[in-house]
Structure formats: structure tokens, C-alpha cells
Write a protein that binds this ligand. Structure first.
Ligand SMILES: O=C(O)CCC(=O)C(=O)O
Ligand SMILES: [Fe+2]
Length: 349
């Protein structure tokens, strides 16, 4: 385990949320962010402007949903794409143990929400069925406030995501924003991530973790995992979790030390995903993490995955290739292709 008292860095993003902030304050934020991304790939995010009361409401509504009887939760069950139930293989409620990471069952249940499909639909399907990801979100009827509160929260999160990826572009020293009219999606200036996420194909998971019946001793490999070891496959994750300590653990760069990422009230736990690792040509790594819920209560977390646009081409940025020795780690493909590959392999399969 990590030395007692060790903790992830804290990044205050207010200088990028506030349009009037000084260049000096932005520079300071960008420098701190660069260090956090190099050293950890994980950090706490404060100064985002979403009130703590809203964060508490989001957790409480998710908790109320998971406390419902199973038949009620199964009203929004996720079904395979193309089937008679009208599922799209991705959206909806997933029961306990359906999620698999590295071939092992995870001990959690979840609702998965995605950006609504606003691109052309594949019309080669049988009428009344959906292609993968092309169905509507399945919102629970109960609790009734969940949908309106979450829709507003998702709008707020996208603003935070935008400020954060802007700061990331600055932290990589990609250069000032290109002149208006010349800034296409391919231009690699400090706004490159902002433009390639301006129609973010975001994902949100509401996750419920019951108490494990055979949790491992603190240092041992776990018998039962709440969520197995993985990296996140997208851009940046803004995680909101209830106060349960000791559940989320982050693997430090030494490759052996697990650090508890215990929640700080009002802050998000943020981590970078595989798309940022690819864009930065490995300068910033997506960090491995896992969940082993050893407490007695029922733990709730709500990660928001702020992802690239579905059609964004994600390939190593020239400046990052230069800084890392000149060999690109990937030839590039669209985020949509990458995501579909994940959906078909049960994500962390
Ligand atoms: O519940 C958590 O703390 C983290 C969940 C997670 O890592 C994920 O959903 O990718
Ligand atoms: Fe994760």
C-alpha cells in the first residue's frame, strides 16, 4: 500500500471555468495539471462551480433507484442490439454480475447513459430494432426527479469537461488558439481537445456496489472485485462517489503500489483515459485502477466519461510525437470505431 497520508494532487480548474481569469493564473493551473498527468494520471478537481448540494442530490437519486425491487429496475433493462426487445446493446440497466472485467464478474449493478444518437441511423436493420448504440436512453420512471436532475447535471459536466480539456491543451504547450476561421478539427493548438469534444459522445454510469461477501485483506489480491483493474478507454473521467473510503484504488507509476482515492467533498476524482494517452503519444498515461468495496454499506458512484466526438479522429499530436522520440504509438482511428470495439468486447473484457 501507499505510505500513510499519501494522496493524489488537487487541481483547481476555476481559472479555465472563469472566462476573465488572468493568463498567469491559467499558466499556473496548466503547469500543475501537467505534473499531475505525468506523475499520476489521476487527480482531484476543485473550482468547477457545480454546487455540492447538486452533487449530493445526484448520488441520492442513484441510491434511490438501486434500492427499488429488481422487477422495477428491469423495466429499463439493457438488451442486445437488433433483438425484438428493441435494445441497442449499450443503454439501460445492467444487473448484478453482468459486467465482466478481465474475464471475472464484477460485483456491481449499473445504469448506462450515452449522448443520444444524433447521427444518421443505419436503416439496414429490421424495423423496430436498433443497431448498437442507436437506441434512446432508458430513463427510470422512479425516482421521478432523476431524469430532469441528471439532464441538467450532464450539461454542467460538459462545461467542466470543456474547461478541463482546454487546460490540458495548454498544459501540453500546444500553442495559442489558431486565428478564427482557420481553426479546423485537425489544427493542433491548445484548443485541439476542445474542438474534438464539442459534440462529446459522453457516457454516464450510475453504479451500485453492494458489500462484498469475501473481500480480500487490505494488501492481498481480492477474492471478489467490485470493479476489476482497468484503464478508462476514453478521454477524461469525472468521477463522483459517495463518501465510502478505501474502495477506489489507483495503481502508482511504480506498478505495485495501490493508493486509495478517497472522495473529497465537492471535488471530482478525475483520470485520463486511453484516448488522451494516444493523443499525447504516451506522454500522459491512462492509469490503472480498480474498486474493492470493503465497507458495510451500499456504495454508489456516478462516473461521467467526457469523450471525444463520435467522428473525431484520434491520433498522436505532432508535438507530442516529437517530445517522445518521434515514433507514433498508433496510426489513429475515429473515437466511434474505438468505442464500438469496446461495446462488442464488454468494455474491459
Ligand atoms: O466506482 C468507482 O469509483 C470507479 C468506477 C470506474 O472505474 C469505472 O466505471 O470506470
Ligand atoms: Fe474506471
Amino acid at each position: 500500500m501507499a505510505p500513510e497520508g499519501a494522496s493524489l494532487p488537487i487541481i483547481d480548474i476555476s481559472s479555465y471555468v472563469n472566462p476573465k481569469a488572468s493568463p498567469e493564473s491559467r499558466q499556473e493551473t496548466a503547469a500543475a495539471l501537467n505534473r499531475a498527468c505525468i506523475d499520476y494520471g489521476f487527480f482531484y478537481l476543485t473550482g468547477h462551480g457545480i454546487p455540492e448540494s447538486r452533487l449530493e442530490q445526484v448520488i441520492s437519486l442513484a441510491r434511490q433507484f438501486f434500492a427499488l425491487p429488481l422487477p422495477e429496475k428491469n423495466k429499463i433493462k439493457r438488451y442486445d442490439a437488433g433483438g425484438p426487445e428493441g435494445g441497442d446493446g449499450a443503454r439501460g440497466y445492467q444487473g448484478m454480475g453482468e459486467n465482466v472485467t478481465q474475464g471475472r464478474q464484477d460485483h456491481h449493478e449499473a445504469i448506462d447513459l450515452y449522448r443520444e444518437w444524433d447521427m444518421q441511423k443505419d436503416d439496414t436493420k429490421t424495423p423496430g430494432t436498433n443497431k448498437t448504440l442507436q437506441g434512446p436512453n432508458l430513463w427510470p420512471e422512479q425516482p421521478a426527479e432523476l431524469k430532469p436532475v441528471y439532464l441538467e447535471y450532464i450539461d454542467q459536466l460538459q462545461q467542466v469537461g470543456k474547461a478541463l480539456v482546454h487546460a490540458m491543451g495548454a498544459a501540453l504547450d500546444l500553442g495559442p488558439e489558431a486565428a478564427e476561421g482557420t481553426a479546423t478539427r485537425e489544427v493542433e493548438d491548445e484548443k485541439v481537445f476542445v474542438r474534438n469534444t464539442d459534440n462529446s459522445f459522453w457516457v454516464m454510469r450510475l453504479i451500485g456496489y453492494p458489500k462484498l461477501s469475501h473481500p480480500a485483506a487490505l494488501d492481498a489480491a481480492a477474492d471478489e472485485l467490485s470493479c476489476g483493474e482497468h484503464t478508462d478507454y476514453g478521454c477524461v473521467t469525472l468521477l463522483l462517489a459517495d463518501p465510502t473510503p478505501g474502495a477506489l484504488q489507483v495503481l502508482l507509476k511504480d506498478g505495485t503500489t495501490w493508493l486509495n482515492a478517497d472522495p473529497i467533498p465537492g471535488a471530482f476524482v478525475v483520470n485520463i483515459g486511453d484516448m488522451i494517452e494516444r493523443w499525447t503519444n504516451g506522454l500522459w498515461r491512462s492509469t490503472r485502477h480498480r474498486v474493492i468495496h470493503r465497507g458495510n454499506g451500499y456504495r454508489v458512484s456516478v462516473p461521467f466519461f467526457f469523450e471525444p466526438n463520435f467522428d473525431a479522429v484520434v491520433k498522436p499530436l505532432g508535438k507530442c510525437v516529437e517530445k517522445t522520440g518521434g515514433e507514433p504509438v498508433h496510426e489513429g482511428n475515429t473515437y466511434g470505431e474505438h468505442l464500438l470495439g469496446k461495446v462488442f468486447s464488454n468494455f474491459y473484457g
